[in-house]
Design a protein around this ligand. Structure first.
Ligand SMILES: Nc1ncnc2c1ncn2[C@@H]1O[C@H](COP(=O)(O)OP(=O)(O)OP(=O)(O)O)[C@@H](O)[C@H]1O
Ligand SMILES: [Mg+2]
Length: 390
């Protein structure tokens, strides 16, 4: 077995003590010790600058330093080096104090023998290694905590910016809505011709103004709807309602739009009791139907169906339209997300409908998702809780 070499710096003013310790260590078989002996603290500090050691053996009575005073400069000079203090008999108090001040162990000079000395040096080295490892782990941990805290602060700031943005949008929409509603009503009145006839060109311009004001009013309403749901201002009042009745209401609302786009609505309905806010369910159905109609070619069909599935009810709206690319199947439920940037102009939407649908469905504890194949069509599904009779 190869003996390991332990390098000791002995700080001891008495030559006799130093010789004695050297002799004791010479008797070691399993380990080899190399002892560098210095008589003063100043010399020791110089030595530490020049050479590497594994452990310090420190006498507490030195010509240039007394008692525990020596510990501090040594620890400062070599923070990771273990120190074993050599004390005289009846100096227990001093010995214990030295441990408090950073020494790893102490030995009473008169009691030193090979076994005790070797064990003390080994323990001191190991203890110091463990405490160094702990200190390093602690430092790493502190750095990670600081990094995470910085990330959290950043995330918090971003959330705050997001909140302010939402609030700003909602205030603007709110402020816009009243004058918009008034402009809308006035334009509609003008377009009926009740307050005077316009030229054909004037009528055309007015029709464009009416259509665009329609869109603006819808946009302001949608933004406010979403904001109200997100901020908890819109209360969902769930009660028992009949899925079939809600479907009838939604289809009634969308009939005209379907006729205009020459799309046939095909409805499979069933009288199932659900536990939901009826107005909000109709809102989901009308948006899904309007999307189905809007993104389908003339002469195609849009199917609406409902069926009971265990404790839930499943609504399905299927179309034969242009479909949604696979990578957009999730994002269409985000605010202002439209598959085609030109959708808002060409199809008249704002990209808020599905975000509102998802919020409402989530408030009911249900799920909403879509399956789609490009140029074949899309099928939107959503679930709501059934009314539990017991
Ligand atoms: N049935 C569908 N077929 C093809 N694409 C669809 C369909 N439904 C939704 N999409 C795509 O998802 C986008 C988001 O739909 P969403 O209902 O949120 O907004 P919108 O219909 O454009 O506007 P809004 O509903 O606010 O008037 C649509 O603009 C469209 O690109
Ligand atoms: Mg829509």
């Amino acid at each position: 077995m190869v003996a390991s070499l332990v390098k000791i710096l002995l700080i001891e003013d008495s030559l006799a003590e130093a010789r004695f310790l050297q002799e004791v260590l010479n008797g070691a078989k399993l380990e080899q010790f190399s002892l560098v002996h210095v008589k003063r603290l100043g010399e020791a500090l110089n030595q530490l600058q020049q050479d590497d050691f594994d452990v310090i053996l420190l006498d507490l009575t030195l010509p240039d330093s007394q008692g525990l005073q020596s510990l501090h400069p040594l620890i400062q000079c070599a923070p990771s080096l273990p120190i074993v203090v050599l004390t005289n008999t009846n100096d227990d108090q001093l010995a214990i104090e030295s441990l408090r001040k950073g020494a790893q162990d102490y030995l009473v000079k008169r009691q030193v023998n090979l076994e005790l000395l070797v064990r003390s040096l080994r323990y001191a080295i190991e203890r110091k290694q463990i405490s160094e490892a702990l200190r390093e782990a602690n430092e790493t941990l502190e750095i990670r905590v600081a990094e995470r805290t910085a990330q959290l602060t950043k995330a918090h700031e971003l959330l705050e910016v997001e909140r302010m943005k939402d609030e700003f949008i909602s205030i603007v929409s709110h402020e816009l809505r009243t004058p918009l509603t008034s402009i809308h009503a006035s334009l509609r009145l003008l377009s009926t011709g009740q307050v005077g006839q316009l030229s054909e060109q004037g009528q055309q311009i007015l029709d464009i103004a009416v259509t665009n004001t329609d869109r603006l009013v819808r946009l302001a309403n949608d933004i406010l709807d979403l904001e109200r749901i997100e901020s908890g201002k819109s209360v969902t009042i769930q009660k028992t309602c009949d899925a079939a009745e809600l479907i009838v209401q939604a289809v009634e609302t969308m009939k005209a739009m379907a006729a205009k786009h020459r799309v046939t609505l095909s409805v499979t309905t069933a009288s199932i009791s659900i536990w939901a806010d009826p107005d909000k369910v109709v809102q989901i159905l009308t948006n899904l139907l309007s999307n189905g109609i809007k993104f389908s070619p003339p002469q195609s069909k849009v199917w609406l169906a409902v069926e009971a599935k265990g404790k839930e009810v499943l609504f399905t709206v299927k179309d034969q339209g242009r479909g949604i690319p696979a990578e957009k199947l999730e994002s269409v439920f985000e605010r202002f997300q439209q598959v085609d940037v030109s959708d808002s102009r060409s199809k008249g939407g704002t990209g808020l409908g599905l975000a509102i649908c998802r919020k409402i469905v989530q408030e009911h504890g249900g799920c909403i998702w879509v399956e789609s194949e490009l140029a074949q069509g899309s099928t939107f599904y959503f679930t709501l809780p059934r009314f539990n009779e017991q």
